[in-house]
Design a protein around this ligand. Structure first.
Ligand SMILES: [Zn+2]
Ligand SMILES: [Zn+2]
Length: 435
């Protein structure tokens, strides 16, 4: 391991609130458990959910290192890592080596509990979030990764192997690869938890509910049902996206990708109160090739909060089939419900802190609303997110005005970067802790 014992880190201090982050010198982490890895950080991300702590909205009462997105190289491994690691354990315990390049999901997952086996790694029984009092974060020069064999992805397999991650990602800049730690899989997640919902199946299959789901699909019980297949006029999906920060941009790219591959027509309203976020969304959409934008008559409208309901009203079906809520605030939920049609799906990936959601039970009943909430299981969605990154490398691989990653800046400039990101002046920021 490197001889360095002290490192630079961005730390949050609960007092006095808010906006109390500082660049400080702290000890380099060490191995505490046989399953640990120590990673020397090459790049780390600044994320919208870091702002919840920064603004004092999150109930965090301990000083800790911020940040949960990183890419780097392994500099120390616990004793669980050796070629004879049992095959019942995640394979990385047998294969990961010092010097390997790795990327981590923003949460730790064991890969061994039933939640992990089912694919719901975000709710692993041993889950911890980087950048919290429970687990020091990645806006630093080094980070300790618990349960590293179940958590990390190695980017150091042979570049010559056409099936390897390192081969697939070798032509992309590292700040773009860093999107795989959180924002790209989370954008994909908020789309999938809506589009795989049975209520949206009539759009994708043309078959009315419930003949399109489960054992009813075979029609054994409903063979006498004379409901027709849906006409093409009925199969136009109306979608709202509330929040156009980096995850909202990724969600938009994920949903356009999904709809194009499913050959489904669409009308989309993408909403944010911040002018610079709306401008970035429009610029990215305009840069997409025509085949990503659907057919003649499809719509993509970027709107502010006042105009979004008017856009949806003009579509004439009483609201969107689904609204993706990518903010994590009561006001975003209220707008999302207002944009949603009866029998719609409200899909949320925002990190909610408020003690209550802002609707009454009767509002949900009277609209037959389905609520889908929660944290993305990044480990399970990692490979589909890699595939999306490769298909949409024209935008996701760009750094700067035309890409999702806005800028790469030195970690020592983090205090200013937090303020600019909080004001919506900066988009997705990536920190280099070594310049
Ligand atoms: Zn993040
Ligand atoms: Zn687990």
């Amino acid at each position: 391991m490197d001889r360095q014992v002290v490192q630079l880190a961005v730390r949050y201090h609960p007092l006095p609130p808010p906006h109390n982050i500082r660049i400080e010198s702290v000890p380099v982490p060490t191995i505490l458990h046989p399953d640990d890895a120590i990673v020397k950080i090459q790049l780390s991300g600044l994320c919208g959910s870091d702002l919840h702590v920064y603004r004092g909205h999150q109930d965090v009462n301990e000083t800790h290192i911020c940040g949960h997105e990183f890419i780097g190289h392994v500099v120390a491994l616990g004793s669980s890592f050796h070629p004879g690691s049992p095959s019942s354990r995640p394979a990385l315990y047998a294969s990961l080596k010092i010097g390997d390049k790795v990327i981590s999901p923003f949460t730790v997952s064991c890969g061994e509990c039933q939640y992990c086996r089912f694919g719901f790694t975000a709710r692993c029984v041993s889950s911890l979030v980087f950048g919290s009092p429970a687990l020091q974060g990645a806006q630093a020069q080094y980070v300790r990764v618990p349960l590293a064999g179940g958590t990390l992805f190695s980017l150091s397999t042979s570049v010559d192997d056409p099936l390897s991650l390192s081969h697939a990602l070798s032509h992309l800049p590292d700040p773009a690869v860093l999107l795989l730690a959180d924002v790209l899989p989370t954008g994909l997640f908020v789309v999938l938890q809506a589009f795989t919902h049975p209520k949206l199946a009539p759009i994708f299959t043309g078959i009315p509910w419930p003949r399109n789901v489960g054992h009813h699909a075979k029609g054994a019980l409903l063979s006498g049902n004379t409901l027709p297949y849906l006409s093409s006029a009925d199969r136009v999906l109306d979608v709202g996206i509330v929040g156009l920060g980096p995850v909202g941009l990724c969600a938009t790219l994920a949903l356009l990708d999904y709809l194009t591959r499913a050959d489904v027509r669409r009308r989309i309203v993408a909403v944010d109160p911040n002018q610079s976020r709306r401008a970035k969304m429009q610029k990215i959409y305009d840069a997409l090739p025509e085949d990503a934008k659907g057919m003649s008559g499809d719509e993509f409208v970027v709107a502010d909060i006042a105009d979004a309901p008017k856009v949806v009203q003009a579509w004439g079906r009483g609201g969107c089939h689904t609204v993706l809520e990518v903010v994590g605030s009561p006001s975003a939920l209220t707008l999302s419900l207002a944009l949603l049609a009866p029998s719609g799906v409200l899909s949320s990936c925002g990190v909610h802190q408020a003690p209550q959601i802002p609707f009454a039970g009767c509002e949900l009943y009277n609209k037959n609303v389905s609520l889908e909430f929660g944290r993305c299981s990044v480990h399970s969605l990692f490979v589909p997110a890699v595939e999306l990154l490769l298909r949409r490398r024209d935008v996701l691989g760009a750094i700067g005005e035309s890409g999702v990653v806005d800028r790469v800046i030195p970690l020592r400039d983090a205090v200013r970067a937090y303020a600019k990101f909080d004001q919506g002046v900066y988009g997705k920021v990536v920190f280099d802790p070594w310049t």
